[in-house]
Design a protein around this ligand. Structure first.
Ligand SMILES: Nc1nc2c(ncn2[C@@H]2O[C@H](COP(=O)(O)OP(=O)(O)OP(=O)(O)O)[C@@H](O)[C@H]2O)c(=O)[nH]1
Ligand SMILES: [Mg+2]
Length: 311
């Protein structure tokens, strides 16, 4: 590790990643931290709470706060997710608005629609805002992003706009330099070896949820929640025993999650176990149960209990 710069030059701060669902916020956080902290799927509304990932350099420490995608919805769970995202702006030094640029190429009307819930709150935060148009790797002709930039400049005059790809890393270093330069000078908030304050237990539940998200179709992914019931580390055997409950919101969803002769649950379990073994560095014995918790996604107390945890 390089020597840490003198106090007067070291920068440290919190950067909230906000944007519509599926923009690539979690992907960017993982890429800056250099390890998977937050789960990623091709489906919108994957992230359900604020998840921090810490980037350490010899000249700065940047705490990235991943948030759920902001969108308009009347459903209890979704309203809760959006509220969680907005709360992240409170202690943040900087806000990075991330957009999936490829969605708006030749479809500028979509930008207006998707950005509308963000406009008012972010207009007040203009001095602390940077915009990154993501997924530029998907469009060969980069001129196609110009109308999007124009439109964003209309909404947010004088705000810096970057064109990036969180997936390939294109321009993410340049964006990081800008972020760093705009953070306050100050000592690190976290020890050098800590890359997140999210507990392993919660990460484990998220990994299981990611595998479910990837395997389930239509509205089913939004019907599942995962809770770790039991966690036991057996040092002698280098083994972690994890029991998790998968909640589904409707009775008929249970069988779909379990699959024919338990096949789907088995696949989810195998995939999750492999990733958990990598994360924990031990063998993992993973047991999954599926429980029906009627309309849990309408139950504010249940949702708050699972997803408002402060790390
Ligand atoms: N081609 C391409 N795909 C990307 C890029 N960034 C993210 N993705 C993909 O976009 C999808 C959504 O990425 P996420 O990181 O989960 O997006 P998110 O903004 O966290 O989404 P929510 O948590 O649902 O709000 C995944 O399939 C990613 O692999 C990129 O730069 N290029
Ligand atoms: Mg996410």
């Amino acid at each position: 590790m390089n020597e840490i710069l003198e106090d007067k030059e070291f920068r440290c701060g919190i950067v909230a990643l906000v944007g519509p669902p599926n923009a690539g916020k979690s992907t960017l956080l993982n890429s800056y931290v250099g390890q998977k902290i937050s789960i990623v799927t091709p489906k919108p509304q994957t992230t359900r709470n604020r998840i921090n990932g810490i980037l350490h350099r010899n000249d700065c420490q940047i705490v990235f706060l991943d948030t759920p995608g902001i969108h308009k919805s009347n459903e209890t769970l979704n309203r809760f997710l959006v509220e969680t995202a907005w709360q992240a702006l409170h202690g943040a030094d900087l806000i990075l608005l991330l957009l999936d640029g490829s969605r708006y190429v030749d479809k500028l009307f979509l930008l207006e629609k998707e950005i509308s819930p963000l406009l008012d709150p972010l207009t007040n935060q203009r001095e602390n805002l940077i915009i990154a148009i993501n997924k530029i790797d998907k469009i060969r002709d980069k001129n196609k992003f110009l109308p999007i930039i124009d439109e964003l400049q209309r909404y947010f005059p004088q705000v810096d706009i970057f064109l990036i790809s969180a997936l390939t890393g294109e321009m993410t270093f340049e964006l990081l330099e800008e972020i760093k330069n705009r953070l306050p000078i100050g000592p690190p908030l976290f020890p050098e070896d800590q890359i997140s304050s999210v507990p392993l237990r919660f990460m484990a539940a998220e990994i299981i949820r990611e595998k479910l998200f990837l395997r389930l179709k239509k509205e089913l992914p939004y019907s599942v929640a995962v809770e770790i019931e039991h966690w036991e580390e057996d040092r002698e055997k280098n083994l972690t025993r994890i029991h998790a409950t998968i909640y589904v919101a409707k009775k008929n969803h249970k069988q779909i999650v379990i699959g024919h002769k338990g096949a789907k649950l088995k696949e989810v379990g195998t995939e999750a176990r492999e990733e958990l073994e990598y994360l924990l560095g031990t063998k993992v014995y993973l047991q999954l149960w599926v429980k029906v918790k009627d309309s849990w996604n309408e139950d504010e107390r249940f949702i708050a209990n699972l997803y408002t945890k402060e790390f």
